[in-house]
Structures are given as C-alpha cells and as structure tokens.
Design a protein around this ligand. Sequence first.
Ligand SMILES: Nc1ncnc2c1ncn2[C@@H]1O[C@H](COP(=O)(O)OP(=O)(O)OP(=O)(O)O)[C@@H](O)[C@H]1O
Ligand SMILES: O=P(O)(O)OC[C@H]1O[C@](O)(CO)[C@@H](O)[C@@H]1O
Ligand SMILES: [Mg+2]
Length: 451
Amino acid sequence: MGSSPATVLSQPKVVTGDHGYVLEDVPHLTDYIQHLPTYPNPLQDNPAYAVVKQYFVDMDDTIAQKIVVHVDSPRGTHFRRAGPRQKVYFKSDDVHACIVTCGGLCPGLNTVIREIVGSLHDMYGVTRIEGIEGGYRGFYSRNTIPLTPKAVNGIHKWGGTIIGTSRGGYDNKKIVNSIEDRGINQVYIIGGDGTQKGASAIYEEVRRRGLHVAVVGIPKTIDNDIPVIDQSFGFDTAVEEAQRAIDAAHVEALSNENCIGLVKLMGRNSGFIAMHATLASRDVDCCLIPESSFYLEGPGGLFDYIEKRIKENGHMVIVVAEGAGQDLVAESLRTNDDKDASGNKLLNDVGLWLSQKIKDHFKTQTEMEINLKYIDPTYMIRAVPSNASDNVYCTLLAQSAVHGAMAGYTGFTVGPVHDIIESIMDEAPPTQLLDDQVVDNGLVTKEPVVC
Ligand SMILES: Nc1ncnc2c1ncn2[C@@H]1O[C@H](COP(=O)(O)OP(=O)(O)OP(=O)(O)O)[C@@H](O)[C@H]1O
Ligand SMILES: O=P(O)(O)OC[C@H]1O[C@](O)(CO)[C@@H](O)[C@@H]1O
Ligand SMILES: [Mg+2]
C-alpha cells in the first residue's frame, strides 16, 4: 500500500453534470492514499439483513438540495446519499474507533454514542471502540474509556454524555499525534459549529500526514442553527421540554391579576427553540428572537403591546430567546466582551434585563399594576434524555456515520435532507438563516409547501 501525503489543503470535490447538476461530493481515503485494499461489506453475510432485497446504497445515488423547482430550473446542488456500501475500506479486525463529544450538552448525545458502538459492533464486528474523555482536550490529557455494547446499553435513557464534554482545549497537532500514537483509524466527532471546524482541521492534518484514518463529524446543536440539514438531533426534545416552562408561565399568568409570564429559552444566534415552542404552545402572545430586532418604547414597541394585551386579556405570555435584543441590553448594561473557553461571546441575560425593564415601565410610566413571573429553564431543556423521535433520528445518524467511515469516506458530516440522510462535506456550517426561511413579525418560518 503506497501513500502520498498531500501538502496543501484539500479542495472541495465538486462534480458537475448535464442541466446544471452539481454534486458536492465528500472526500474519500483514496483521494490521498493509493492502492488501498477493499473488502466485501460484512453486512452481506449478516442473517439480520438476509431478507432485505437491496440493502446497499447505489454508488450513484445523490439527493437534490432543493426540491422546489421550476420547469427551467437547473438541477442544482446534490449530496451523496449516506448508507452502507458494497465495498469497505477497513477490515473489521483492524478497526480502532474513538468517539468524542464537544461543546454544550444536547439531548441524544448518549443515544448517538450508543448507536455508533452498536453499529460498529453488530453490523461490522468491530470490537475496539474507545471514548475520549471530556471533549477535544481529552485526546492528549486523559486516558480513554472502553466502549462496549454492554457498557453503553442503557445510556440512551440518560441525559448528558457518558464520556463528558468541554469547551476550549483544542490543539490540532496534539490531537492528531494522539490519534496516530494510539493507532486510532476511525474518529467520530459529535459537536456543534465550533466542533465541526475543529473536525475539519483534524481531517486536513490527518490527510497531510497521509494517515489511513476516517474522520467523521456528527452535527449537534440544540439551537438547530445548522443550514442544509432538516433539523439537528435533540431539538425536538428541547422544544417539547420547553412546553413545560411555557405551560407554567401560562398558569401563573392566568391565575394572577394583570400577570405576565416571561420565559427565556436557549438560542444564542437563532430563535428556533423559542419559535417552535411558541408555535406548538399557542399560549404565547409574543416571541422575541435574535433574527428580528424589536424596541421597547413608543407606538408599536413592546411596552405598548403588553399594555394592549393586558387590557384585552388580563394576562399574557412572552417567550424570549437568549440571543434576542442583545443590542438593547448592551445599551443599558456594560458592554460584555467576555468569551467562553471556545471563544464564543458570552451574552448578557436578556430575561432578567427584560423583566426589570417591564416592571420599571409599568411602575413609573403607567397607572397599571402588573405582576411578572419570570421562568428561566435554560439548562433544564438540554440536560434531559432524548425523546422517542430523537432516539430514532440519533440511531439513523450514527448508523450513517459508521457506514460512511467503513466505506472509506472521511472529512464529512451526516444529516437528513428531505428526511434522507446524506454525507455532507465537513465544513463549518454558518449560523444563519437559509434562503427559504422568512422572518416576519418576529417569527422565523420555513417556506410552506402546498400539496
Ligand atoms: N474554529 C475552530 N477551530 C478548531 N476548533 C474549534 C474552533 N471553534 C471551536 N473549536 C473547538 O471545538 C470545541 C467545541 O466548540 P464550542 O464550545 O464552540 O461548541 P460547539 O461545538 O459550537 O457546540 P455548541 O452548539 O454547544 O456551541 C471546543 O473544544 C473548541 O475549542
Ligand atoms: O453555558 P454553556 O454550557 O456554555 O452553554 C450555553 C450555550 O449552549 C447552547 O445551548 C449551544 O449549545 C447555547 O444556546 C447556549 O448559549
Ligand atoms: Mg457553537
């Protein structure tokens, strides 16, 4: 087996075809290692799959990013479909896999860990799987945790991550040295935008060294702020959990005179949790999100609206995403330039600030006496185990990641596009709204489809 280490950053693999067809392909080990041996996929001998007629994904299957088209639209961007391939680029006995979780907690982390272990073990007969403890820094500062099917059996019922997580501590050279020294050849990296930027750089360094190592990212963010994919895992659970806080705020608001129930929900740069929880609840009068600015005073301002709703209804419920109104908070509090260990800007507490502003306004500017009940369930919505639908989703993601690595793909992430799981080039996902999302009256919505 010959290898030729690449000296420059890998180029995006883009394949074009007729009628404006574009395939954003994912890197493969054979892009930089020649003459890699292949093996038949052991799944073909697995009795569990004997009844399935076509189990393997056709090598040419790709999925269109946009499914709303016009008669003369170009075929547009496509992604490679994830799933098991007929040929694999690792002998099961030779696989030495590791899993790491980084960034904030998210429901479903343990399910993904469990299902990576289960897929590697049950589908491919892999027995050497280790957990990297406490995020990226664990690669070079901690011992690994052996992950067997028995060790991970019940963990999908628990919140958090059994291997721990952290922010900061990213050292590309030390991490890749550790991968090389330990003889690890499959790296599963579960985390958000920061983590995936780190994963992409790990892939580049692995490639530069010409290593037979597959690097796979599994996108995680409770904020659901990843473009391209339909939804991130744990989001459904978080929205469900947020309902409890909104329900409590509504009960308080209903039961007390002139009462405002105010709930702050997670969402640093995006209001997806706040918006979905609002749409699901139907008890929320006003939802404030980072994507849409608002103002407090004067006609059309928030105070004006609160006064109107209280007069009409005797109560109201407000949901505010943690990243909303940061410009306004910064005007009245000191500018906060603090950052967390990963370099993320630390936000001012919009919930407390808004509570105080509303109370002050009604006390000093109106005759109306109000009651305000503030609920901050921040960590409660992400420290819970994943719900049933997230569990199924996490399982599919984990299986797709394992199939992709076994098939020799590397430097990619997996995620659903139109409910079909794709392999997507591993590059930093920007945290911004997609083209087909519209902002209207403080609410962000995906463009509706009429069937
Ligand atoms: N640009 C980057 N390059 C390399 N590593 C990074 C980069 N940004 C962040 N990291 C590393 O990735 C890890 C996780 O980053 P971060 O704390 O920002 O969480 P995240 O993955 O974005 O998840 P969350 O959704 O919780 O924000 C940290 O160890 C951090 O040092
Ligand atoms: O307090 P921590 O653990 O840094 O995490 C808080 C952040 O994590 C997130 O949930 C993203 O994972 C953000 O919504 C939030 O700002
Ligand atoms: Mg992040």
